[in-house]
Design a protein. Sequence first.
Length: 198
Amino acid sequence: MGKNHRHHNTRSKLAKEEYKQRKKVEAHAALQKNLIGLNDTTNTTETSIRWQRVKYEELNLYPNIPLDNDENPTRKPTPAEVLAACKTVNKNFFLLNSGRCVIEDPDNPNEIICIIEFTSWDDLTNKDKEELNFLSTFLHDSQAFIRPVASSNRSWGGKMWVIGWQKSQDFMQIVGRYIKAFLPDDMEKYDTHFSKSS
């Protein structure tokens, strides 16, 4: 009697696992059809996707650096602290660097956070290359109108030199306060350049 009972439990567990896997596949297929879209080549949902589930967990990379009243670090990290932070990141995170990756929303099974698709240069079409060339040229030419914004008071330092998005950005604002002062004669160049972004 005990042997049959164990056998029944094993079969029941396997059936539940198979059911969960089947439902997961069906959910992924629905997301792909309704949100991600069909494969450009085969016009079907048959494409290789790396599905990734994420959840938010607070991670303080510099726990020994005190914060001031505004929650800003009071000092820059030491080289040893930076090394320890890098080890923490390398241990707890992995790099997405190939294929088509879909990040699912852990709070809503019917939504995705983002789609990341990696394409090698050799696989790009001429149109893709033209679009990349346009974007990189636009960003490079934007430097004439952008004031670099240093972030020396932040623990990681850094500098923003092109187009930024800040929390206080207004609707339809492209570069906000990062625009550098220039003479009225340059206004036409500015208008011509940034009209390309629309």
